[in-house]
Design a binder for this molecule. Structure first.
Ligand SMILES: O=P(O)(O)OP(=O)(O)OP(=O)(O)OC[C@H]1O[C@@H](n2cnc3c(O)ncnc32)[C@H](O)[C@@H]1O
Length: 168
């Protein structure tokens, strides 16, 4: 099975390879067609679907997967949110969301100024490339859940739904 992932971010490509062990998984850069920093569940989900569709259309017979990170409000607190989409070779679309974690107020303030979370997280954690490594989820869970493992759960939800609805 050929799977094309709409990103070169290793946390995303490696998450897909970890769940689809026997598949030939390749990451390509495609536009999410939403803002660089999605600010709602809807926008983050849309970014994932847009990426997955472009991947599936890029090579016939391939599965397309899009994984997108964003932020969203619940009551008056801002949460990290993540969405994934899988488009099958016949054009069926499956969607799933990932684990959420609340973000501190000072990060919310920076995000509202228009700075992307990846840049803010590097400054906050005094590290380089947090979004390609443990991610915000890794920082705020003290390393107990990293970004790749969080995306792996999203990919499990996508694969599981595809398996369930096959032949129904
Ligand atoms: O190369 P792509 O696939 O675009 O990967 P990305 O991590 O840069 O992009 P996303 O669309 O997933 O996320 C949107 C922005 O939020 C940042 N972001 C999202 N989740 C994050 C996390 O867990 N830790 C750090 N930054 C995160 C990310 O770096 C982007 O600036």
């Amino acid at each position: 099975m050929n799977i094309i992932v709409g990103s070169k971010n290793p946390t995303k490509v490696n998450a897909v390879q970890a769940i689809f062990e026997d598949a030939d998984v390749k990451g390509i850069e495609v536009p999410s067609l939403v803002s660089a920093q999605p600010f709602s569940d809807e926008e983050t989900m849309e970014g994932a679907i847009n990426r997955a569709k472009q991947c599936a259309n890029s090579r016939s017979g391939s599965v397309g997967i899009g994984l997108e990170g964003g932020v969203m409000y619940v009551r008056d607190e801002l949460y990290l949110c993540n969405w994934g989409a899988l488009v099958t070779p016949t054009g069926e679309v499956f969607v799933a969301s990932g684990a959420r974690v609340v973000l501190p107020k000072n990060i919310e303030i920076e995000l509202k100024k228009g700075v992307e979370l990846g840049i803010i997280m590097d400054e906050y954690a005094h590290k380089k490339g947090v979004s390609k490594k443990e991610g915000a989820i890794g920082i705020f869970t003290n390393g107990l859940l990293n970004r790749m493992d969080m995306f792996s759960q999203v990919v499990v939800l996508l694969k599981g739904q595809w398996d369930f609805w096959k032949d129904k």
